[in-house]
Design a protein around this ligand. Structure first.
Ligand SMILES: [Zn+2]
Ligand SMILES: [Zn+2]
Length: 491
């Protein structure tokens, strides 16, 4: 049984209807790793529906969280906003209503592209509308019990004047510098290190501290399942305290936990250096097909670490299509819409697109010549992703341009090899046969095979490396290759 179906089975034993929570603090560009949470939630929803249940996903944007520091991508004056809630900080680029909206909007658009339907809640709105009102009152009244639970679970000493509520100071606008000194039925009284003191209301005057806030939203939105990063799942982490606070303070059964491991993106190479930022979700979503992004998370269990390199897409595509043909559950859960795949490997499309300068008809002709049964829409779609991937993420050695003429010199060995090789090539050879022919001819003419391969690349690309030879020559056409080097062989 697939792990997603096992989660769905466990959940359905408790109830038929489920409410799955997700949430990310929009404090900067939202990363690919954060998508794991969203994809995990979505496949659980799908599995629940497939098994006859009902489910919806909630996305809670923690926009009342404070700006923790001036991140490298922020201008100097953002020093002044450190400690203030994200929804009250201006957009660093000036295009949105607030700092948090600037990062939230592209992320939510990406969820659309990935076919993940969520109900979006902003913590700022939930607080302002009074949704947290009762939860705050309970937390303030039972703060000593909460402090005791946190202390028992984490082993941390909680200070006597600790409060589960963080008022936003009306003087300096910060949320981390205030201290609650008293409360009544309608107001919470505080002092601030800026020298200000005053009171705020229960609706939008501040927020609960994370460990209590998380539990409060379970009870407010009636959450029954939640995927979350492994830091929350660690012993003594916020899920452990959450379970006890939920049961002992709020009398609410905590949601079914689905902890997941981090996603590590390595070797961003050129793309990262030239752009100077980490890869945001929207960049990945524009460059990779949604089902492949989803499959990246679905091919392993949530507790498995993922190392991802943008060149992995070449293998990932092949693996995905193969698994889909075998009706693999993880691959099927990754699909967002119905797509007719032909058996044209993505890596071939990457090569053909460059040979044909992205002319669809030319590519289709080359594929026909190679004997592929073609699904036009699939080839067109792969071509558009291949082009974007090459522009944004592909390493330099996979990019090439067929030069109009040969501009490099060849020594005698190279000439001898190329001319006998061309003579023995024929149109009926498969890519593998062409590849084998390189070895065969190089043996005959006593030229080192690596020198032979380099000679071919030089003749096509004016450089000594390129795509796999067999398929490359097959795609270019044997005749084309013969004509290309003909001038070397005239005596
Ligand atoms: Zn903006
Ligand atoms: Zn203040």
């Amino acid at each position: 049984m697939h792990w997603v179906d096992a989660v769905a089975r466990d959940l359905l034993e408790k109830s038929e209807k489920h409410r799955i929570a997700t949430g990310i603090s929009p404090s900067g560009p939202i990363h690919l790793g954060n998508l794991r949470e969203m994809v995990t939630a979505d496949v659980i929803r799908k599995a629940l529906v497939d098994a006859g249940g009902e489910a919806e996903i909630f996305y809670i944007a923690d926009d009342v969280d404070q700006l923790r520091k001036r991140y490298p991508f922020l201008p100097k004056e953002y020093e002044n906003f450190v400690g203030k809630p994200l929804f009250r900080i201006p957009d660093p680029k000036g295009c949105h209503e607030s700092y948090s909206e600037h990062f939230l909007e592209p992320f939510l658009n990406s969820l659309d592209d990935l076919g993940i339907d969520v109900q979006v809640y902003r913590a700022s709105e939930m607080y302002e509308k009074g949704m947290y009102r009762e939860a705050i009152k309970i937390a303030l009244k039972r703060k000593d019990d909460i402090a005791r639970i946190i202390s028992e679970v984490t082993g941390r000493k909680i200070e006597k004047d600790w409060s589960p509520f963080m008022p936003i100071c009306e003087g300096c606008g910060k949320i981390i510098t205030t201290k609650v000194i008293d409360f009544d039925e309608s107001k919470i009284y505080y002092i601030c290190t800026c020298g200000n003191s005053g009171n705020v209301g229960y609706n939008g005057g501040g927020k609960l501290t994370w460990r209590v806030d998380w539990v409060a939203r379970w009870t407010i939105l009636k959450i029954t399942c939640e995927p979350f990063g492994k830091d929350h799942a660690a012993a003594g982490g916020s899920y452990d305290t959450g379970v006890r606070i939920s049961r002992e303070i709020y009398n609410y059964e905590p949601p079914y936990p689905v902890p997941y491991e981090w996603v590590h993106i390595k070797g961003m190479g050129v793309a990262k250096k030239s752009r100077g930022i980490v890869v945001a979700v929207e960049d990945v979503v524009e460059t990779f097909p949604p089902e492949i992004i989803r499959y990246l998370f679905m091919r392993v269990r949530p507790e498995r670490h993922i190392e991802f390199e943008p060149t992995d897409i070449l293998d990932l595509f092949d693996e995905f299509e193969e698994k889909l043909r075998k009706k693999d559950r993880g691959a099927e859960l990754s699909l967002v819409s119905k797509i007719s795949y032909s058996e044209v490997p993505f890596r071939h499309v990457v090569v053909l697109g460059q040979i044909a300068n992205w002319d669809v008809e030319k590519v289709l002709n080359m594929l026909k010549r190679s004997g592929y049964s073609i699904e036009r829409s699939d080839v067109e779609r792969k071509l558009s992703y291949a082009k974007k991937w090459l522009e944004r993420f592909a390493p330099e050695n996979l990019k090439f341009k067929i030069s109009e003429k040969i501009e490099v010199e060849f020594d005698n060995d190279e000439r001898t090899f190329l001319c006998s090789f061309a003579e023995k090539l024929n149109e009926l050879m498969s890519a593998e046969e062409i590849h084998a022919l390189v070895y065969e001819v190089s043996r005959e003419v006593k030229v080192d095979p690596s020198k032979a391969f380099k000679a071919i690349y030089k003749a096509i690309l004016n450089r000594d490396h390129g795509p796999r030879i067999g398929y490359f020559i097959r795609s270019l056409g044997v005749d084309w290759f013969r004509e290309r080097i003909a001038f070397l062989c005239q005596r």
